[in-house]
Write a protein that binds this ligand. Structure first.
Ligand SMILES: C[S@@+](CC[C@H](N)C(=O)[O-])C[C@H]1O[C@@H](n2cnc3c(N)ncnc32)[C@H](O)[C@@H]1O
Length: 313
């Protein structure tokens, strides 16, 4: 089956890669964007590709076999970006892409535990080398920890009630499978007939929260953004594609500081002073998919692309 990468044309237009550049794909997935990138930089260029999921990494390597001499593969979390890239003997980069979140195999293959529509274990690890799974989170975290995760990472108002019910239920029957958890969440939600939230399954937010906790996704992103900007040359571009508001907010706030950096004055001042921008935004508003793209690939519907360029040291 053809693999559909989200906002492919737009990423290409904004990143403007050229021959011989050293570029990074922080989220290789099945290699759709990577293929475009490696073709744009040509034989003299280098692509460093991160992927923490071994299955996806191996599949991408097969798909990109033709370009193997141009690619350095790194099977790791992108939160180790700087150490791993400098470890490969590279000190600065021309461009980097983050296409965050899940890939289609994560959703399609029940045994990964990411989808509540597919029967599977409550796993949700991108990288099975790590120990923490969604099952451990659900069955061992305290009620207040669960409530916090569901509120912060799931943006669910009923977080306390849900956490309380989860803790009551697990005393007798621990949570083991995706479909069981989804049915349980559905059963405890106070629906009224014809309520519009029927459209989105109430387990969606709980699954998002668990996934973010299991993979420590938001902290990884914050750490990686910092390292990425430190490695970008002047003129270097960074593109970040996010699929939910928590990620998009992190990206937006992170770059706001760099677009309007505060000057730490040695003289005590009552007023904040700001210096020249270090990064400029190339996308005044986030770029979103066209209706046509959403029709062809439903997964693209929540995508938001932001691109920035480094303008000075
Ligand atoms: C949306 S998919 C990328 C799709 C890819 N751009 C393509 O065109 O095929 C995101 C991928 O990033 C990986 N990923 C997510 N978070 C990661 C992290 N912190 N470090 C490394 N890889 C990560 C996931 O395993 C997944 O394969």
């Amino acid at each position: 089956m053809e693999h559909l990468s989200v906002l492919k044309k737009e990423v290409k237009e904004y990143l403007k890669l050229s021959e011989g550049e050293i570029v990074v794909d922080a989220t290789l997935g099945l290699g759709g964007h990577a293929k475009e990138m490696v073709q744009s930089i040509g034989k003299k260029g280098k692509l460093i590709a991160f992927e923490q999921d071994e299955r996806n990494l191996e599949e991408a390597k097969i798909r990109l076999k033709k370009f193997e001499k141009q690619i350095i593969y790194i099977h790791d979390n992108f939160r180790y970006l700087k150490t791993r890239i400098t470890g490969a003997g590279i000190s600065e980069i021309d461009a980097i892409l983050f296409d965050l979140g899940l890939s289609s195999p994560h959703v399609d293959e029940g045994d990964r535990g990411f989808s509540f529509l597919k029967e599977g274990p409550l796993d949700m690890r991108f990288d099975p080398r790590q120990k923490l799974t969604a099952e451990i989170v659900l069955n061992t975290y305290s009620e207040s920890e669960l409530a916090r995760i569901i509120y912060e990472y799931g943006e669910e108002r009923l977080s306390r009630m849900i956490a309380r019910k989860i803790c009551e239920r697990r005393k007798t029957i621990p949570f083991k499978t995706t479909v069981d958890l989804a049915a349980f969440i559905y059963s405890i939600m106070p629906f009224k007939k014809g309520h519009s939230s029927k459209k989105v399954h109430p387990a969606t937010k709980i699954f998002q929260a668990l996934r973010i906790e299991v993979n420590d996704e938001l902290n990884s992103l914050k750490e990686a953004l910092q390292q990425a900007v430190e490695m970008l040359k002047i003129g270097g571009r960074i593109a970040v594609m996010s699929y939910h508001s928590l990620e998009d907010r992190i990206v937006k706030h992170f770059f706001k500081e760099l677009e309007n950096p505060e000057v730490k004055d040695i003289h005590e001042s009552l007023y904040r002073t700001h210096g020249d921008p270090i990064f400029e935004s190339l996308t005044k508003k986030p770029v979103i998919p066209t209706d046509k793209e959403i029709d062809e690939n439903l997964r693209s519907r929540s995508a938001k692309l932001r691109v920035y360029v480094r303008v000075r040291e």
